[in-house]
Design a protein around this ligand. Structure first.
Ligand SMILES: Cc1ncc(COP(=O)(O)O)c(C=O)c1O
Length: 460
């Protein structure tokens, strides 16, 4: 029998429901606090930014939530995505490990981000939202939301971190092609952007600052605009569960089960998307899969950050959550993996990491591009710089299996392609790429500004 490479499901195999880890998580959720009062947030506070359906999903403990037909119909443009066995990479490494990857790069926007952009635009449309604001790091999230808003006829303003805006003009043009307005953040359009520019005229921006700008525009629009976030929140992670649910079926087609599941983490959504359905199998059905979240050494949130209450954005306008954080004032070095330059981490991933259910590792920039380069040469796909972090650890796992003579089944999430990230590859190929050491002093300074939260009976 010839060797199988691709495991393909058809439109009818599309999951009909999203999976919510909060139904099964062994760690109880921490309260979400209002950034002004430090009391529990109320639905009224959140409703300035989000439609009520997404707020209800955010706090839901239902195990499954139905995917509306209108959302499923758009998912079908690119879902189910293929699961690929990376046989050529296995051979190049000479490893007995079996390496599989779920290719989310086949979506029209080029990453996993439309999995949540489409339902977020849909639920906004249903509740009458005419315009959305958002931030984007690498440009992948902005492209995804621009795509989704175009389908549902909603206007969208994207605040793009300045360093990415300059590194990735084609991402901006893609967003504009779908009809979005794109601004380099910090901008002089918001009072927070102006204050950052006054202090640091050359600020490269950060996701924390861009979030603050997008939140400010929505919060001061008198209800005309709402805000949309591409990671971190429970409902975003839940929408991404289509990835892992499909992967379970596809691993079954391959007659294998992963010993280890790997994903890169910025705010945590693609990692949770592939990992949580398998984590459910550990929690409910006795499986023993290991989960590894991979982050850059330049932004070592899980590996060097503190598990504490912190603001989701730099201007302290977004809710306070308990998460691993480097401090909301931290401005990460300008690595090419723009989507991983966030100071915090999804609360559920943070709590599961703290409790020992999820491992975390940080890798430096040059080593990630070495891995991405090898992968591109063997498998043909040029991965996004964010995804390259997952590939680095996948290769390290496969080499470890080789050293130990183990047949290990490794599954990683190919969260996006890097066809718009060629400037980064050019730097790598011309040996101009540099590693950034862990910016210890910057982080220590940012940590001094964590909010002082004492939980009382009122806010637990
Ligand atoms: C391709 C890709 N992978 C990963 C990420 C990180 O986000 P998350 O941790 O939410 O998956 C991003 C964010 O922009 C991205 O564009």
């Amino acid at each position: 029998m010839s060797e199988q490479y691709r495991y393909i499901l058809n439109n009818n195999d599309l999951p009909r429901q999203w999976y919510n880890i909060n139904a099964d998580s062994p760690v109880p959720p921490n309260p979400v606090l209002n950034p002004q009062t430090l009391e529990n947030v109320t639905p009224e506070f959140l409703s300035v930014l989000f439609p009520m359906e997404l707020i209800m999903q955010e706090v839901s403990t239902d195990r499954y939530i139905d995917i509306p037909e209108e959302v499923a119909d758009i998912y079908k443009l690119y879902r189910p995505t293929p699961l690929i066995r990376a046989r050529r990479l296995e051979k190049a490494l000479g490893t007995p490990a079996h390496i599989y990857y779920k290719n989310e790069g086949v979506s029209p926007a080029g990453s996993h981000k439309p999995n949540t952009a489409i339902p977020q635009a849909f639920f906004n449309k249903v509740e009458g939202t005419k315009a959305l604001t958002t931030e984007t790091g690498a440009g992948q999230w902005g492209s995804a939301l621009a795509l989704a808003c175009n389908f549902f006829d909603i206007e969208v303003e994207v605040y793009m971190v300045k360093v990415s805006y300059n590194q990735k003009p084609y991402r901006r043009i893609m967003m504009e092609t779908y009809g979005a307005q794109v601004f380099a953040s910090p901008t002089d359009k918001t009072s927070f952007g102006k204050s950052v520019l006054a202090d640091y005229p050359d600020s490269p921006g950060s996701l924390g600052v861009a979030i603050s700008e997008a939140v400010e525009v929505a919060a001061t629009s008198g209800g005309a605009k709402k805000y949309s976030l591409g990671s971190v929140l429970n409902h975003v992670l839940m929408h991404q569960s289509v990835i892992g649910q499909e992967a379970i079926k596809q691993m079954d087609m391959a007659d294998e089960y992963p010993d280890v599941v790997i994903g890169c983490v910025g705010g945590g959504s693609n990692f949770a998307g592939i990992a949580y359905p398998f984590l459910r199998e550990n929690l409910l059905n006795g499986q023993k899969t290991r989960f590894v979240a991979v982050e850059p050494t330049a932004t070592p949130t899980l590996t060097k950050g503190k598990f504490a209450f912190d603001y989701g954005d730099t201007a302290r306008m977004a809710p306070i959550v308990k998460m691993f954080t480097l401090g909301h004032k931290f401005v990460p070095p300008p690595i090419h993996a723009g989507g991983l330059r966030y100071h915090g981490m999804a609360p559920s991933i943070s709590a599961l990491h703290e409790a020992g259910y999820i491992d975390a590792v940080a890798v430096p920039q040059v080593a990630t591009f070495e891995a991405a380069h090898l992968f591109a040469r063997q498998e043909g796909i040029i991965p996004a710089p964010e995804t390259a972090h997952a590939i680095r650890i996948t290769i390290d796992e496969a080499l470890d299996a080789k050293e130990k003579g183990e047949k290990r089944v490794i599954l990683f999430n190919l969260s996006g392609h890097g066809n718009f990230d060629l400037t980064a590859y050019q730097s790598y190929l011309s040996n101009a790429l540099q590693d950034y050491a862990y910016p210890e002093e910057e982080i220590a300074k940012a940590m001094e500004q964590l909010p002082d939260i004492k939980l009382t009976t009122e806010n637990t």
